[in-house]
Design a protein around this ligand. Structure first.
Ligand code: PAF
Length: 285
């Protein structure tokens, strides 16, 4: 069955209200389009846990901190809708920029602390843009559950925090990162890699998994991180923005594996910035 296409919040709300009146639960997957198997995994999780699934496609201008990055972001609305039809989505919400940010729009959602550092340090204003648009989308769609990829782990923690702080009645679900066979995390940005850069890109997860194994086996964190930084640069990346071990709960820096953690990195290959992270858990000894 073809999904309903909605371009206004009123159309989304009418559909969701009808489904709710019939006793259906609603799962929601917010996206910026350029959909890939990672998004399909989010849709699958939403399908499995809910009666109806809504997906939004909105390239949110306020979360880009450079006009060139926004302009270069891949857009493929027709292909995206075909993929969502095949994935069995019930409603695709495609708001225009002035539906989300009408003239006079003046409010921002800022999640202090957890938005600082990591990507927040290198992309000023990025998480304010994400938090603001996700708050609006959650209030517009009013789902029971909303699904986000763990590849954007800091984003996931920012969204979990704002939902808790603002008492938004939705359950936020993190979904494991989907990877290519060589380990590269699926990302819309991968479309911008040349064939040579695509080869180089696999060096990022390789270095992260290796460092995570070393730290898990008891290696000192600074040495393991330094080795991983060199491995990423040796693979052909031109810059490592950050490479850090952080608490999976608070995202505070960790000097050792004393609690469930994430090893997170951002690095540039050519003109493309890639991020990735892997989980680590302290071993029972
Ligand atoms: O992860 C994304 O695609 C975006 O940051 C999101 C959550 C859809 C908000 O624009």
């Amino acid at each position: 069955m073809q999904p309903v296409l909605a371009r206004t919040k009123e159309d989304v709300q009418t559909a969701v209200r009808e489904w709710r009146a019939a006793g259906a639960s609603i799962g929601f997957v917010p996206t910026m389009g350029a959909l890939h198997e990672g998004h399909v995994a989010l849709v699958r999780a939403a399908r499995a846990g809910n009666d109806r699934v809504v997906v939004s496609i909105f390239v949110n201008p306020t979360q880009f901190n450079s006009a060139s990055d926004l302009a270069a972001y891949p857009r493929s609305e027709a292909g995206d809708v075909d993929l969502l039809v095949a994935a069995g989505v019930d409603l695709v919400y495609l708001p225009a920029a002035d539906e989300m940010y009408p003239t006079g729009f003046a409010t921002a959602v800022e999640v202090a602390g957890i938005s600082d550092g990591l990507c927040g340090a290198f992309r000023p204003g990025h998480f304010r843009g994400v938090a603001t648009v996700v708050t609006k989308l959650l209030l517009q769609v009013a789902p029971d559950r909303a699904y986000f990829g763990e590849k954007d782990f800091q984003q996931l923690r920012v969204i979990q925090t704002l939902v808790q702080d603002l008492d938004i009645p939705v359950e936020v679900k993190g979904v494991a990162t989907v990877r290519e066979s060589d380990g590269l995390a699926l990302s819309s940005r991968n479309l911008r890699l040349s064939p040579e850069e695509r080869q180089v890109a696999a060096g990022l997860p390789r270095a992260l998994f290796h460092a995570a194994d070393r730290i898990g086996a008891g290696a000192a964190v600074p040495e393991a991180l330094e080795e991983a930084r060199h491995a990423i640069l040796d693979a052909g990346f031109r810059e490592v923005e950050y490479l850090e071990l952080r608490s999976a709960r608070t995202l505070a820096p960790l000097a050792g594996l004393t609690e469930p953690a994430r090893l997170l990195a951002a690095a540039w290959v050519g003109e493309v910035r890639l991020i990735d992270n892997v989980p680590l858990a302290p071993q029972e000894r």
